[in-house]
Design a binder for this molecule. Structure first.
Ligand code: NAD
Length: 257
């Protein structure tokens, strides 16, 4: 049985990834902060949402803030204790803030974006990669991150978010090179506009009436479903993606074209 740990698991892309992996037979530790952030003006995933995800067979809930390395190390230890090892770690937790030029963003919001969206991924890599490498050879360990189309585009009023996501892309490229022939790979997806609460908050930041307004920017002319992003993450999580490492794969309905 393959095992996985997914952050940002209470809702959205993280939750869809947990459910997809569980359906494919993985044992999954669903990790989320499951509490609102005093620095941010919109709701995070709730404890009830995390509990609902963990009600699926093969899924266990674990509350942790990705800014807290020790909490992530405890989550990794919990997965290894329960299931005897870890094959896949997915960094999906993320937040958004901005809506004004960089120099006007409240510093605590800028810090939350950089610490959660970039340092949260660094922390998960530091906690989980040693566990992926503890699996005996030949291994097919997977470190995966959710970057964004914002990793390659200069989106006005979202400068810290763009910086964090570009940072994630750079991190994944370097990690892929470092992991070399270990049998553990590192890859990321860069979603386009996907129908989740973070997109609703982005719409609010841009004074748009609703998230659906973003659909027209993507060549596919619709919002993506979190399950569509999860499907690509599930492929990357599996043994069949072994030829890929250091890749940042657009899953964006053509948004980056
Ligand atoms: N939805 C989109 O259009 C879109 C596009 C590109 C990239 N992304 C990225 O996809 C990822 C998932 O976002 P989503 O769309 O599912 O948004 P979402 O807001 O629905 O889910 C994010 C989850 O992360 C959790 N989280 C936030 N801060 C955390 C912390 N400090 N520690 C642990 N968990 C924390 C939240 O509680 C929530 O459950 C994010 O990294 C986001 O930047 C989303």
């Amino acid at each position: 049985m393959r095992t996985a740990l997914v952050t940002g698991a209470a809702r959205g892309i993280g939750a869809a990834t947990v459910l997809r992996l569980a359906r494919e037979g993985y044992a999954v530790l669903a990790v989320d902060v499951a509490a609102d952030d005093p620095a941010l003006p919109y709701a995070m995933g709730s404890h009830a949402e995390l509990t609902a995800v963990a009600a699926q067979p093969g899924v266990e809930a674990f509350v942790a803030d990705v800014r807290d390395f020790d909490a992530l190390a405890a989550a990794v230890a919990e997965a290894e204790r329960r299931w005897g090892g870890l094959d896949v770690a997915v960094a999906a937790a993320g937040v958004i803030a901005g809506g004004v030029p960089l120099w006007e963003v409240p510093p605590e919001q800028e810090r939350a974006v950089l610490e959660i969206d970039l340092y949260g991924v660094v922390n998960l890599a530091r906690a989980a990669v040693p566990a992926l490498l503890r699996r005996p050879e030949p291994r097919s360990g997977r470190f995966l991150a959710v970057a964004s189309a914002a990793a390659t585009r200069g989106l006005p009023m979202l400068a810290a978010y763009c910086a964090a996501k570009a940072g994630v892309a750079g991190l994944i490229r370097a990690l892929g090179a470092e992991l070399g022939d270990s049998g553990v790979t590192a890859n990321a997806v860069s979603p386009g506009s996907t129908g989740t609460p973070i997109l609703a908050e982005s719409a609010r930041l841009y004074d748009l009436p609703e998230a659906a307004a973003f659909a027209g920017q993507q060549p596919v002319r619709r919002l993506l479903d979190p399950a569509e992003v999860a499907a690509v993450l599930a492929f990357l999580a599996g043994p069949d993606s072994g030829a890929m490492t250091g890749a940042v794969v657009p899953v964006d309905g053509g948004l980056a074209l």
